[in-house]
Design a protein around this ligand. Structure first.
Ligand SMILES: Nc1ncnc2c1ncn2[C@@H]1O[C@H](COP(=O)(O)OP(=O)(O)OP(=O)(O)O)[C@@H](O)[C@H]1O
Length: 312
């Protein structure tokens, strides 16, 4: 199926099953679990634990970024609301990764502003942005392939560890001392993530020996270990087969439901985008050409033209 057909039909190739509950095109809540009913737009979610879209937490205003003569982003503005799943889509080279890299502090835009809960990111490095609660997964995985699943996720916990390297290096024996107590608490948190992502059988397996889909799940676990309030997912389904995509879709919905984590994801599979996301930003040649619900974006002539390749 062509990209334009996928966009029109809201289906990627291959199609991924819808998660257990989602919003329909009119913004109504739909719970696909047994006995669930569709609520009118704006109505309260159907059950406790199901997310409520809140106020704007990430505000991107008029962001421009150039690499020499290449304008990667021009005057981009959009917002993300608490508990929302937001997608960034666009053809290759549209500027999606550059935008994510601006949001997590890897790139400093030449103009514009980005703020999280009213706090501007200006000139903040990636570590400081991470300390503000922004975590990220990577298109090409950022895992230590020779280390176990457990140790990789533990490494993601690093930012939350308070005791100094000195204290960790000179632990007191028999489990005493703050560094030991802290490590026990962090290990417990990591084990909970491993249970949540259903990767217990692989906890001691070196990540490099796992199938690609499971490695992507470990990368998600590494990011979750930071307990982020905003999670940036760079092509979480890239390179996956249908079954792996279904699993990852379910975990994204579950993370959003159970932890209330707000998410921004870059994704090429239109079926995934249309099923999972509340609102979609569309980029093309570094400019924003669409922004709205999946239904709005799907019917936007500029977006259709960009995907047909006739917009330029
Ligand atoms: N570090 C860099 N140095 C120079 N040019 C860059 C750099 N990063 C991105 N670009 C350019 O900026 C533009 C946007 O690239 P970007 O990777 O953000 O697009 P994308 O939408 O993520 O593409 P894809 O879907 O192929 O990953 C492209 O023209 C790219 O060549």
């Amino acid at each position: 199926m062509s990209a334009s057909a996928a966009l029109r039909d809201g289906a990627g190739a291959p199609q991924v099953d819808a998660p257990t509950r989602a919003r329909d095109d009119a913004g109504a809540w739909t719970d696909h679990s047994a006995g669930a009913a569709t609520l009118p737009p704006g109505a309260a979610p159907p059950a406790p634990g199901v997310r409520r879209i809140g106020d704007v937490i990430l505000d991107v205003r008029d962001v421009s970024l150039a690499f020499g003569g290449v304008k990667a982003l021009t005057g981009i503005g959009f917002d993300v609301r608490e508990h929302e799943i937001r997608a960034i889509i666009g053809p290759n080279g549209a500027g999606k990764s550059s935008l994510l890299n601006c949001i997590n502090g890897v790139y400093q835009p030449q103009s514009g502003s980005i703020s999280l809960r009213g706090r501007a990111f200006h000139r903040l490095d990636p570590r400081s942005v991470a300390q503000m609660g922004v975590a990220r997964t990577f298109q090409n995985l950022a895992l230590f392939k020779g280390m176990s699943v457990l140790d990789n996720i533990m490494a993601g916990r690093n930012l939350k560890m308070r005791s100094s390297l000195f204290a960790q290096a000179f632990r007191l024996p028999f489990g005493w001392g703050p560094a030991n107590r802290e490590e026990i608490a962090h290990r417990r948190a990591v084990e909970e993530i491993i249970d949540f992502l259903e990767i217990q059988p692989y906890r001691k397996t070196p990540v490099g020996r796992l199938p690609y889909g499971l490695q992507k799940r470990v990368d998600l676990g590494r990011a979750l270990a930071m307990e982020p309030s905003l999670l940036l997912l760079d092509e979480p389904m890239a390179g996956m087969n249908v079954e792996e995509k279904q699993d990852m879709s379910r975990f994204i919905v579950d993370v959003n439901d159970e932890f209330g984590t707000t998410m921004v994801l870059i994704e090429h599979d239109m079926g995934v985008v249309m099923d999972l996301c509340d609102r979609v930003v569309v980029l093309d040649y570094g400019r924003k050409i669409g922004d709205g619900t999946p239904a709005e974006v799907r019917g936007n002539p500029d977006v259709i033209r960009a995907y047909l390749g006739t917009a330029h």
